[in-house]
Design a protein around this ligand. Structure first.
Ligand code: GTP
Ligand code: MG
Length: 462
């Protein structure tokens, strides 16, 4: 049996909850203003920071997701069946204190500020009508929500479902502290939607350490040879999907509640218990998941600021060049302009430098140097504003990559996520003033946040 929450566990849950609130307050105070300033959305971060730990169950249709939920709850709660049974995402959790168990429709969930599901609204009405929350009193749900999902299919396309199924999975996987991916021996990793979820959706949305693979219904294998074949097929398919040769652990399990052949398979029951205990321990992953996510978002923010700082620094160099041009122009106007004019048109009769040396200077001697200097300054200004800076901005928009260091894969992946924002920021305000924003100060604040505050929270993880 899976271990139910004990007094010690409850205390740990409370500690985790307090820590989560503390991190939430700190992130809201220190990072959110900068996210807004740099036009980076912080909806995902907000979603993760609020509410309770979440386990997301994904898998082929009829792989036993709802059966596993019922086993964890200790009651027949979710509908189960041999054909694709469930076409909805169901968030299952405990009712609020003093509340009766109830069903809450998706439209309420996506509009409830206290819940993390607001981002699902953007997937449209069809998804919202395939989303619900069901509350039920069960010990494991005191500090946990489980999301049961529609089975993954082979033939259904986005058109068939009516919403972007992979996108919804990505959103939910981002907020989930643990993603359990169930397979069954009948379709060991051959389902198209599962393939694309593992290959494209999950790596971006969830850390590898937060994904658990399990093959359920193994009691339906006729013999050991049959099981080994199904397991081998799943491993091969998984390596195709993940592109990796080192296969992650795959729990081999079956449900003793529905299986008729438990005796021969007793040895595998241990794995079922291990899988359930892993699910029950998901709340322990909460703080590290939050910190990892904050870390990742802070790095994205840092990269945007770094790019903007570089953009401004190089832009200010263009101004320096213009200023140098002005100085040369002024020097020329003061020392040579009246000399040249006198040589060409005989005016002025006295040049500024000689009157300056004799001390017999009057306003008339200053006209040409001052007019020349002003002309030089105006020309330099025009050259800068109308030609040099727009050209510089255009080049930065075209070659945004040169604004950041892209040495590691991590830097490249982070950059892929934020370079659109950098382009947007560069394009918004192309005036001179934009080059004097104190990005360096902002960058320092983000770096300090990552190396000091965030690190301190890592060390406080229970
Ligand atoms: N023999 C056996 N049957 C199982 C096991 N787990 C689930 N089943 C049966 O398999 C069928 C499908 O199980 P569900 O729990 O409904 O599967 P699901 O993944 O929720 O399916 P969808 O909601 O359609 O995606 C049901 O008839 C279950 O009773 C198992 O470990 N062994
Ligand atoms: Mg189901």
């Amino acid at each position: 049996m899976a271990v139910p929450a004990t007094g010690g566990k409850q205390q740990k849950a409370l500690q985790n909850h307090d820590l989560q609130l503390e991190i939430q307050a700190m992130v809201e105070e220190k990072l959110f203003p900068l996210f807004e300033r740099y036009r980076l959305g912080h909806g995902d971060l907000e979603a993760i920071l609020k509410w309770k730990p979440i386990v997301l169950l994904l898998g082929n249709y009829s792989s036993g997701k709802s059966t596993l939920v019922n086993e964890l709850l200790g009651k027949e709660f979710q509908r189960t069946g041999q054909a694709p049974t469930d076409d909805s995402f169901t968030v299952i959790t405990a009712p609020e204190a003093g509340e009766e168990p109830r069903e809450i429709p998706g439209s309420t969930l996506v509009n409830d500020e206290a819940l993390p599901f607001a981002s699902l609204k953007s997937f449209g009405e069809k998804l919202v009508s395939h989303l619900q929350m069901r509350t039920v009193a069960a010990p494991i749900l005191n500090n946990l929500a489980i999301i049961d999902s529609p089975g993954m299919l082979d033939s259904v396309t986005e058109k068939g479902r009516g919403y972007d199924f992979a996108g919804v999975i990505a959103e939910l996987a981002k907020m989930a502290d643990l993603v359990v991916l169930l397979f069954d021996p009948h379709k060991a990793g051959t389902i198209k939607e599962t393939y694309s979820a593992i290959r494209n959706t999950l790596p971006e949305a969830s850390g590898e350490d937060r994904i658990v693979f399990a093959m359920s219904r193994i009691d339906e294998c006729d013999n050991l040879g049959d099981l080994v074949r199904a397991y081998g097929t799943l491993c091969w398919n998984l390596s195709q999907m993940t592109g990796r040769k080192d296969i992650p652990r795959i729990f081999l399990t079956f449900s003793p509640r529905v299986s008729r052949t438990t005796r021969a398979l007793e040895v595998w029951l241990e794995e079922r218990t291990e899988l359930k205990n892993k699910i029950l321990a998901a709340p322990d992953l909460r703080i590290s998941h939050i910190l990892q996510f904050v870390d990742r978002q802070a790095n994205e923010l840092g990269m945007v600021i770094e790019a903007m700082a570089r953009f401004c620094r190089d832009g200010r160099r263009q101004i320096q060049t213009a200023v140098k041009g002005v100085l040369v122009g002024i020097g020329f106007a003061v020392f040579f302009l009246d000399l040249i004019c006198r040589a060409l048109i005989g005016f002025p009769s006295e040049i500024f430098l000689s009157t300056f040396a004799t001390g017999q200077i009057h306003v008339g001697h200053l006209i040409l140097p001052v007019a020349g200097s002003s002309g030089a300054a105006a020309l330099a200004w025009l050259w800068l504003v109308k030609w040099r800076l727009p050209r510089y901005v255009r080049r930065c928009l075209k070659e945004t990559d040169r604004l950041v260091e892209l040495e590691t894969d991590y830097q490249k992946q982070t950059w892929a996520r934020v370079q659109g924002t950098v382009r947007e920021l560069i394009g918004i305000d192309t005036g001179l003033r934009a080059l004097f924003v104190p990005h360096g100060k902002h960058l320092k604040r983000v770096r300090l946040f990552v190396v000091q505050e965030l690190k301190a929270y890592y060390s406080r993880m229970p």
